[in-house]
Design a protein around this ligand. Structure first.
Ligand code: ADP
Ligand code: MG
Length: 466
């Protein structure tokens, strides 16, 4: 039987860090709508219970955020194996904080955009309060890895026609997709104030869609989207696997294309590589221009650091900027985080930072970047190497030609990341941990018996480690 108790100070501190991480990963809008209302209710030896005020929120968090919540807790506290999301007050709990029951009609939390006080925004549609004023073209540093995406974004922002429809931008986390989209929205609104621009995350799209269904305002919902000149939907991968939302999005998309309105979409993968997206939608998304943003190279990172240091009006030794550009390679968000920390430290301590002190200030970031290879990258590299489709990493196909590479990718995921077997299984199309275990053994056997196979795997590993 699980013995539940009130969280102690240490657990509360861990929860604080988990929350901070969630905020950083999912952004302000999602955080305010869904994650902020979470409270730590009870803990047991291997699990924690977090509480939300409504059933609707519980279901949403369960299906969209719980997996990540568990992973983040495990990073803080290796004992934790599960996170339960409960509606408070729950019958089992008398210790947790009490929250007054909410009436049915009030069950939905307000989306972030409705919580912020309205301010002067140049965009004619409600949701664009979400635009970040720092995300402009002027502040965007162009390098080889993002020049195509940048040029395409500028072209769309600067022309009165619809040069390509849709513009589909894709790339890994923190490489500037949202920045470019906001920059386009700002630019269009300044240039032609009468064009209606609507920027929205796919999550928000889904949220509004569900709300419209619930409150029977679906016609207003449709009208809101059909009346814009430029529609931008960020992180479209979010609606993968959400069938009715996809269907609605598909109709919106077609209606706008028919009227020759501009559509801009972003995602973490190319249309054909997003799992759980209907074929017809995939194909439509690829109709216009598909531009990918590659991981940054050293020059771009240095350029971004110099530009940010200038914006912050901070005197930072060039050697230190070079050091950061070398060391922090994962994404631009972390690079900015490192710079901000250094500037904060300098201001607080009151003396200029040196290369040595910076290593102390940034030790956790530097360490994280030492082991930065992710399962996604492993899958991508291995798929390329064996010349199979990335989708086959997740598919149920068992033909040797795809099953073996998949096993290699599982094996490398076990070796090169700190993910557990069940986590790895989940990343490979929801496979069981025993499947992963079997793959690891199988690859070990093959490496011992087949030297050319062994060389292949070693080669892949070296490529992934550097
Ligand atoms: P994504 O949406 O691709 O995950 P973001 O657009 O949120 O990434 O970018 C993460 C952070 O990095 C933002 O603060 C953004 O301003 C910054 N950034 C990314 N690329 C660049 C760039 N080329 N120049 C300047 N800042 C950048
Ligand atoms: Mg983004």
């Amino acid at each position: 039987m699980t013995m539940w108790r009130r969280p102690d100070a240490e657990m509360i501190a861990q929860w604080g860090r988990v929350r901070a991480q969630l905020r950083a990963e999912f952004g302000e809008a999602a955080f305010n709508s869904w994650l902020k209302p979470l409270s730590l209710s009870e803990v047991a030896d291997q699990s924690v219970r977090v509480a939300v005020p409504t059933r609707f929120m519980r279901d949403w968090i369960d299906s969209n955020y719980r997996g990540r919540l568990i992973e983040l807790w495990q990073q803080e506290n290796a004992d934790i194996a599960d996170v339960e999301v409960i509606v408070e007050p729950s019958p089992a709990s008398t210790t947790g904080p009490k929250i007054a029951p909410v009436k049915e009609a009030e069950e939905l939390p307000l989306p972030a955009a409705e919580q912020v006080p309205s301010r002067e925004i140049p965009v004619s549609v409600e949701d664009s309060a979400a635009l970040d004023p720092r995300f402009t073209f002027t502040n965007f540093v162009v390098g080889r890895s993002n020049e195509l995406a940048h040029a395409a974004a500028r072209r769309v922002a600067e022309s009165n026609e619809v040069p390509f429809n849709p513009l589909f931008l894709y790339g890994g986390v923190g490489l500037g997709k949202t920045h470019l989209m906001h920059a386009m929205a700002w630019h269009i609104c300044r240039r032609s104030p009468d064009r209606r621009v609507l920027y929205m995350s796919a999550e928000k799209f889904m949220y509004q869609f569900i709300r419209a269904l619930r409150y029977k305002t679906i016609m207003d919902f449709k009208e809101q989207f059909r009346s814009v000149d430029v529609l931008m939907i960020d992180d479209i991968q979010f609606i993968a696997g959400k069938d009715s939302t996809q269907e609605e999005f598909f109709h919106t998309f077609n209606a706008l294309v028919d009227r020759n309105r501009q559509i801009v979409i972003s995602a973490d993968k190319s249309p054909s590589d997003i799992e759980g997206l209907e074929e017809r939608l995939k194909s439509r998304l690829g109709w216009g221009l598909v531009a990918d943003i590659h991981p940054t190279d050293y020059e771009l990172r240095l350029g971004i650091l110099q530009s940010k240091a200038e914006q912050l009006d901070a005197e930072i030794p060039p050697k230190l900027l070079e050091f950061l550009a070398h060391k922090i390679t994962s994404n631009v968000r972390e690079l900015e985080g490192a710079l901000n920390r250094i500037v904060a430290h300098t201001t607080l301590v009151g003396r200029p930072i040196t290369l040595e002190t910076s290593q102390e200030v940034l030790h956790d970031l530097l360490r994280a970047n030492d082991r930065r290879v992710t399962i996604d990258e492993i899958q991508k590299r291995v798929a390329e190497h064996f010349n199979i489709r990335l989708a086959d990493m997740h598919s149920a196909r068992r033909a040797r030609a795809v099953a073996r590479p998949r096993q290699v990718a599982m094996f490398l995921s076990k070796q090169l990341t700190s993910r557990s077997l069940p986590e790895i299984g989940r990343k490979f199309g929801g496979r069981d941990h025993t499947t992963v275990m079997h793959a690891v053994r199988k690859i070990e056997e093959l490496r011992a018996s087949d030297s050319s196979f062994n060389e292949d795997v070693e080669l892949l590993r070296r490529m992934l480690e550097t």
